[in-house]
Design a protein around this ligand. Structure first.
Ligand SMILES: [Zn+2]
Length: 226
């Protein structure tokens, strides 16, 4: 059973892809609403993201923005901490040049600072909101991932691993050109935003997957309770 298809059947206006086989929907709109409410109790973020991808959600954007801002701040702080640690290591190296390990500590501190600076996200702007919109649209895309054929995982030898191309979503990620267009930037400046985009997509892809699992579980329950 694919709950995403059930939603598509019950809300034809919101249908994002064709349902191949017809038939009478097993679940009523009230069943779906109850299931969504129950899933939201278990994991509000995952459920709202799932709704944003497959139906609609007025809350998902604010919730994703909150996560983005937390991560943004975390990265800003990492730069400040890295700079401070490098300063301290520099004075240590000057004051105690003869002490073993001081030079090594200095180069480690510098490397950490440089890494934090490189992972810092661009200054917060409206583009973060465009990224959220693009990611949600991207995850709801009907196009099947060509690498894993929609399974979300691939076999590597005897191992089953998450498909790196689609991040395990099974759906084809937007091309570089499509992403640049959606974000209103040129393809060369896309590189600056790539990390924000990838991070946001991974966050939402994980939440959408969890939302699907939760709704699968909760959809059975209202029927049983009725
Ligand atoms: Zn894939």
């Amino acid at each position: 059973m694919d709950v995403r298809r059930i939603i598509g059947r019950l809300y034809p206006a919101a249908m994002k892809y064709e349902v191949g086989n017809g038939g009478v929907p097993v679940f009523t709109q009230a069943d779906i609403c109850a299931a969504i409410a129950m899933a939201a109790q278990a994991d509000r973020f995952a459920t709202e993201v799932w709704c944003a991808v497959w139906y609609e959600s007025s809350k998902a954007d604010g919730l994703i923005r909150h996560r983005q801002c937390e991560e943004y701040l975390r990265r800003v702080q990492a730069v400040e901490i890295g700079r401070l640690a490098a300063h301290i290591a520099e004075s240590e190296a000057e004051d105690h040049a003869g002490v073993p390990g001081v030079r090594r500590a200095l180069s480690a501190a510098r490397a950490e600072r440089d890494e934090a600076e490189a992972s810092r996200w661009p200054a917060y702007s409206a583009r973060y909101g465009l990224i959220r919109k693009t990611v949600i649209a991207d995850l709801g895309s009907a196009k099947v991932c060509p690498t894993c054929a929609g399974r979300g995982h691939v076999t590597s030898g005897t191992l089953v691993v998450n498909c790196a191309h689609c991040g395990g979503t099974g759906r084809k990620p937007a091309s570089e050109r499509q992403r640049a267009e959606a974000l209103g930037i040129s393809r060369p400046s896309l590189a600056r935003w790539q990390d924000v985009y990838d991070w946001t997509r991974e966050l939402c892809a994980r939440a959408e997957k969890r939302g699907t699992v939760l709704l699968r579980q909760t959809l059975g329950e209202p029927k049983m309770a009725a």
